[in-house]
Write a protein that binds this ligand. Sequence first.
Ligand code: MRU
Length: 326
Amino acid sequence: MRRTIDWDGGAVVIIDQCALPESCRTLRLTTVDELIGAIRRLAVRGAPALGAAGALGTALSAFRHPGDGEAVRADARRLADARPTAVNLSWGVGRALTRLAEGPEAVLAEAKALMDEDERVNREASRRAAELLLDRCPPRPLRLLTHCNAGRLATVGWGTALGVVWHLHEADRLEYVFADETRPLLQGARLTAWELAEAGVPYRLLPDSAAASAMARGLVDCVVVGADRIAANGDVANKIGTYGLALAAARHGLPFVVVAPMSTVDKELPDGGGIVIEERDPGEVTHVAGQPVAPPGATAYNPAFDVTPAELITAVVTEHGIFPPA
Ligand code: MRU
């Protein structure tokens, strides 16, 4: 299966997530500016995939400016700032920069090592989370609810929350997945549903506003999501709407599990209060697929992420283990 993001002959090649689900096409990005544009419009997105984008973008710059460390560092800063919330982006940039003094090939080698690790650690984290769910949930095929897209499209390969789905499906322990649509940009409807359909996993799309009611009606065993930044105390930033799901899961006594690689943990940040939340164009709310759904001149509040307090999280699962949140 093609990687979501890769290096090919001097270019960064991505699956163009703006074109899915209508078309699965790739884009070849040969400059840092093209890559920054792709990050901003979410053609490449999801915290672990952004880590790879940061590292590969730094390699692009290192080949473009051999021997000019200042120019590469300036590009690296612009890349790291392309989106503020997912810590993986600046982590990937920083990791590639550690090899800058050795030349462009070394920077690229570091980016490639990061990509190889991505699939390995996400497989391991999601395997541990699947075991946890089998332990905590009723002894029958499980009904999971997930939000946004934390699948292979959000990573280099495999996925985090959807990685749990792949493990349970393989083990014949999954009944179905509820995929939240995830307003306003519909990552659940466009991307998660596409991945689940490709893999032959039974799923139903769920309007975001129906999640609490599905829980109340006993249709959900567990909520599983990814993360964009995890503070040292276990507070988790993830796609807008995650906090509401955690509140609803707590009200209904359902496990709420976060699956993420260690690269999403920001150990410097004591709690979620310090996480910068990206605010996006109001037009993403007032329009759907380019068509207005609100009166002319309507404006909107459009935060892309929210912070779920650690006390509402049953467990944060990484490749290193299962952490009680606080
Ligand atoms: O705005 P996006 O699509 O980049 O947001 C992505 C998410 O919020 C994901 O849930 C998160 O990055 C985890 S992906 C494994």
